[in-house]
Design a protein around this ligand. Structure first.
Ligand SMILES: [Cu+2]
Length: 292
């Protein structure tokens, strides 16, 4: 290689080999500009398509069978539309800027601007006001599911532990912590159309008691007794899952909740009582007593 060619190569400013230059701009840049802007356009297009298609493939909300579920779902949709519109707008603007202001399409140099104080104030105040509105707007739903506890003694106690749900029913005296308590694991039964109040505890680590179909989720915190309540509207068998990574067996911390008529529920409870008496299982032998 002669000295002249080496000088020319050095003067090309480190451009990748193979780029040919026209009028001071690399040729082919225009196509990469188009490709990049279309790639960014795919984000809102595929994002929206996913949300539209998902319900048809059953990848959407599980069936709601609770009284308060509707208001939670409505809140979700309200926030989804609000954030969705903003997401689409910003993504489309991003695409448009990439498309229109491709450096290769214009020979004008970029202009430096410091920013706009007024604009910054506006884009701070609008989201802050929106958040404040949402905080106030959802208060009634929050109060329904977390504060307006039905006036009744607990219908059952659920104790989370690695990796199961230990359930205790108060028995005939309707009082927890007495000798006629009934014990069962991972199998919660609930009468339909009645308030059901659970006393939630954890025996070891942080778990999260999650009943997707009843739109109910509450952390089970060691050392705390948490009241959770719901009213089921339809009979059926649904999942209980743990929604907090609580150890290696978190994935299998599954139970089921059976919602049934009052008559079926009473029959089931009587069967459990008979089984428990027959096997002489008493609360003293059940480790759950240690969680008190
Ligand atoms: Cu867990």
């Amino acid at each position: 290689m002669d000295q002249d060619k080496r000088d020319r190569d050095a003067g090309s400013g480190g451009n990748p080999p193979g780029d040919s230059w026209v009028n001071g701009l690399p040729q082919g840049r225009r196509w990469s500009g188009i490709a990049w802007s279309l790639l960014f356009l795919l984000v809102p297009v595929l994002g929206t398509a996913t949300f539209v298609i998902a319900p048809y493939y059953n990848h959407w909300f599980p069936k709601d069978v609770s009284v308060h579920g509707r208001s939670i779902d409505d809140l979700f949709y309200f926030i989804l539309v609000l954030t969705g519109v903003i997401f689409l707008a910003t993504e489309l603007i991003l695409f448009w800027f990439m498309w229109k202001y491709d450096a290769a399409a214009s020979s004008k140099p970029a202009t430096y601007i410091h920013g706009s104080h007024a604009l910054e104030v506006v884009w701070t105040i609008i989201p802050a006001a929106t958040m404040l509105f949402l905080a106030i707007y959802q208060m009634n739903t929050w109060a329904d599911i977390k504060m307006r506890r039905p006036r009744m003694s607990p219908s059952a106690e659920v104790v989370a532990r690695q990796f199961e749900w230990r359930i205790r029913y108060p028995g005939r005296d309707e009082t927890l912590g007495t000798p006629d308590d009934l014990f069962i694991v991972n199998d919660l039964h609930v009468p339909v159309d009645e308030d059901f109040l659970i006393q939630l505890k954890s025996m070891d680590v942080l778990h999260s008691f999650f009943l997707p179909n009843l739109r109910m989720k509450q952390d089970a915190v060691p050392g705390m007794k948490q009241p959770v309540w719901f009213k089921a509207t339809e009979t059926g068998t649904y999942d209980i899952v743990c929604a907090e990574v609580c150890g290696w067996g978190h994935y299998k911390m599954k139970g089921r909740v059976t919602i049934e008529s009052r008559a079926d529920f009473d029959r089931w409870l009587a069967r459990i009582e008979a089984e428990q008496k027959a096997t002489q299982r008493g609360p003293d032998e059940i480790p759950i007593a240690a969680a008190d």
